[in-house]
Design a protein around this ligand. Sequence first.
Ligand SMILES: Nc1ncnc2c1ncn2[C@@H]1O[C@H](COP(=O)(O)OP(=O)(O)OP(=O)(O)O)[C@@H](O)[C@H]1O
Length: 308
Amino acid sequence: MSAIVSVQNLRKAYAGGFEALKSVNLDIEEGEILALLGPNGAGKTTLISTICGITVPTSGTVTVGGHDTQKAFRGARALIGLVPQEINLEPFETVMNTVRFSRGLFGKPRNDAYLEDILKQLSLYDKKDNKVMTLSGGMKRRVLIAKALSHEPRVLFLDEPTAGVDVELRKDMWEVVAKLKASGVTIILTTHYIEEAEAIADRVGVINKGEILLVQNKADLMSQMGRKQLKIELSAAVETIPDALADYELTRADDGFSLLYHYDTKGERTGITTLLADLQKAGLQMKDLQTQQSSLEDIFVGLVKETT
Ligand SMILES: Nc1ncnc2c1ncn2[C@@H]1O[C@H](COP(=O)(O)OP(=O)(O)OP(=O)(O)O)[C@@H](O)[C@H]1O
């Protein structure tokens, strides 16, 4: 796979000097779904709108399909579909006219068959002649997606696509995104919902205070999530971990009153049975045992906290 979007040393300082992006580097592979996770004000929208060439960066470059978004804006923008956070539709216009007009703005020849196909994919076809104002909030969100796809973009940016929508619609939207990916569209979405990133992303990026803290394959993150920790509370503190237990991944905690054992829940063996037997052999007395599972949420919260 090759990068369809390449972001290099991107900085954005707003008027007044606030640095919303601090030297961001990011390559987005063709055909992937990348979820950008981050708390409020992290810089997600700024990053997306700068990549799309709507916000002018203070320094750095962005290329989309090889076009520099500053020097070759039209070429880059033609490849991009952007679904904004806010619903910005013409209320008195019909759904079909909305998407037709949007396609026309990009200078694309009329192609109702293509637009109807998009509307079908988004379960909007039977509403095509309805005025936007008569649609529910969730349907309006779908119209935003249809509008963003009207000019056949190769990269689709979705800024908080499921903010404020109910669980059922959220799952429908995930299906829509999966279908778009299957049709070859590269997708970048921002979200607050960790479960959303878990459900649909190929890679997850965590952004906080204008910096990308991590971009990782979801499967790798999942294997981290599969790690569990066993806390062994001891009756008496240990100064060091006994040599007899050197083969185990153990760390001291609580001034030596506890030992922490990390293990992979997906491994065939956890090693706990032999560890407990070996603890006894080493003469250590257990007081209590507790297990704890690390989740993507823990990883996310931990990362964000570290930079706060
Ligand atoms: N036009 C602007 N002028 C000045 N500061 C701005 C402007 N737009 C955004 N900011 C600031 O830049 C920071 C990043 O904002 P941004 O909207 O990119 O965050 P976000 O991660 O998308 O947040 P949210 O999840 O709340 O949508 C915030 O502190 C915000 O106040």
